[in-house]
Design a protein around this ligand. Sequence first.
Ligand code: G3H
Ligand code: 13P
Ligand code: ZN
Length: 329
Amino acid sequence: MTTSGKTVSFKELGFSNTRDMFAKAMKGGYAVPAYNFNNMEQLQAIITACVQSRSPVILQVSKGAREYANATLLRYMGLGAIQMMNEMGNPVPVALHLDHGDSFDLAQSCIDSGFSSVMIDGSALPYEQNIELTRKVGEYAHPRDVTVEGELGVLAGIEEHVSSEKSHYTDPRDVEDFVKRTGVDSLAISIGTSHGAFKFKIKPGESVPPLRFDILEEVERRIPGFPIVLHGASSVLTPYIEMINKYGGKMEGAVGVPEEQLRRAAKSAVCKINIDSDGRLVMTAIIRKVFAEKPGEFDPRKYLGPAREELVKMYISKNEAVLGSAGKA
Ligand code: G3H
Ligand code: 13P
Ligand code: ZN
């Protein structure tokens, strides 16, 4: 473990890597949820929801989450979650995953402290540099049985989406070469999703542009059976946006990926679907509601508790009705 100068394997901590999870998801036509967490309530909700709905789960930690919550504390929280789950009985497979790792050192630090899976995101680098960085992380991860996610193609931000959409999508002609030369275990691709709560710029009454399933199909044709990852896959659920706006927030124009498009993706080679913003929105909506309805409330448990309850419901609904991972643990 890093604090004592020693390293620890994810296997000693009870995590699973993503290899088996993805093999089963590919065969079963569903996607494993990858939910981000930064704090205790999110983590409790993710574990509770996935145990109740019998879904495997990938706990995602971003570089920002490590900076916010402290890397050592977060890793112990992950370990605590495994122990809590075992005590609840009937545990499900859990991976601890680095989300959007941007350097070899960060990936190495996570692997050494017990992560079972890492993403190395070289997607903003020139192609050859992306390959070099991703390959180097794989060389460190694989002897330790840690799985590696790479990325090809840049996820559009809303401005880029409008100004130059074509240059951001993954070019399917690159995928065989990238996968072969890096040795990655899964590949994140860009087919029109983006991070955050404002994914598309649409006028009232207009519908969201469809994801580029043609690119996904071409990728599947070129690397058959290879696990694909979808980032930026929050649906930005309308009830929570309405609740936020009703109780003093300001999120007009927030829009996400429609759930039926995610259902379609989950049945394909997409084996991992990343969701962070939807969890943030649920927490914000419920906390705003409690604050508005009970202005004298000052016990954090009285607003974080209801937020946690609502998060459990939202994650269960994702597993059951969108990703198809419920019952697959
Ligand atoms: O893809 C990014 C994730 O939503 C993590 O976001 O870097 O703000 O923690 P963050
Ligand atoms: P969202 O912002 O759509 O939740 O995407 C999260 C994500 O891709 C984390 O890597
Ligand atoms: Zn992402």
